[in-house]
Write a protein that binds this ligand. Structure first.
Ligand code: 13P
Ligand code: SF4
Length: 300
């Protein structure tokens, strides 16, 4: 039997379903029952019929699935696949900000640990952050951990006062405006599609800014034929699937999230066989971090 056939058989035997983010390897995306951005995956994870969720993504994604679905078994194909940015904020700074600002909402990007979510008022993803921040009654917003997404949202919601945190995605930080400029010189017709985790110099060059799903949807609907894609290279697989006639360019320094690439079909098979790498959360942490996630789903 091939790895794929074994996975299919075990999925049936164990009543399991595979979720995958667009940044994982193409051969993993091919095995997934649901592929999407962080917002789509968090919505899909709620209300699945299967008992076991195999989450092909980094740890905050599996954690969020478990927080929202405590009765389910959530398995991570690689327990070491983590998001560096998810750790780039701290509870003590949140406490200080709450003291300093009246009427503060702590808005937590879903790319964060459960511990950070627990201290936050609402979660957001790159797909819903603008709408959720706009809908909050609070004027003062402490946005954690990503300063670049915070800058983007602040630009869209100028009526709010933003307090910035110093976190960032090391992968999107590699995307450079001078490399985009060179690509544009070589392909003058291109549109520049930017993920809001990118640095401000890149954001300033965007013809469109949005989450991974937003970028894919924009490219699909656009009458343009060539695009510079400013996000992790894993999205190329879905872009090529949906728009084989269009051309997609990445910057010379290709943005690759090595943590996402840790996941392989063999590791999916292994956790399905053994039940290893189950996400286990302390019950107090789980219930307290559930609140901001549920608020996101209600508002988003
Ligand atoms: P989205 O899935 O919201 O596009 O975010 C990208 C990302 O960095 C996920 O880790
Ligand atoms: Fe985290 Fe960046 Fe990797 Fe997304 S691409 S998982 S934000 S390190």
């Amino acid at each position: 039997m091939t790895v794929r056939e074994e996975i299919e058989q075990l999925k049936k035997e164990k009543n399991a379903v595979i979720l995958a983010h667009y940044y994982v390897r193409p051969e993993v995306q091919e095995l997934a029952d649901y592929i999407g951005d962080s917002f789509y995956l968090s919505k899909v994870a709620v209300g699945l019929g299967e008992q076991t969720i195999v989450f092909c993504g980094v740890s905050f994604m599996g954690e969020s699935a478990k927080i929202l679905n405590p009765e389910k078994t959530v398995l991570m194909p690689d327990a070491a696949a983590d998001c560096a940015m998810a750790h780039m904020a701290d509870a003590e700074t949140i406490r200080q900000m709450r003291e300093r600002y009246e009427d503060l909402a702590v808005v937590c990007y879903i790319n964060s640990t459960a511990e950070l979510k627990r201290h936050s008022d609402v979660c957001v993803t790159s797909a819903n952050a603008v709408n959720i921040v706009r809908a909050l009654p609070n004027r003062n917003i402490f946005f954690i951990p990503d300063r670049h997404l915070a800058h983007y949202v602040a630009g869209q919601v100028p009526e709010k006062n933003f307090v910035y945190n110093d976190g960032f995605c090391p992968i999107h930080a590699q995307i450079r405006s001078d490399e985009i400029r060179r690509k544009k010189e070589a392909h003058p017709q291109v549109l520049v599609l930017v993920h809001p985790e990118c640095p401000d110099t890149v954001a300033a060059m965007a013809d469109y800014t949005g989450s991974t799903s937003g970028i894919i949807g924009f490219a699909e609907k656009s009458s343009a034929k060539e695009f510079i894609i400013c996000t992790e290279v894993g999205v190329e697989y879905e872009l090529m699937k949906r728009c084989p006639e269009k051309r997609f360019y990445f910057t010379e320094t290709v943005p690759v999230c090595q943590d996402m690439k840790r996941i392989t079909p063999e590791k999916i098979l292994h956790v399905l066989k053994t039940g290893e790498n189950e996400v286990i959360l302390d019950e107090g942490l789980r219930t307290e971090s559930k609140r901001p996630l549920e608020r996101m789903l209600a508002l988003g």
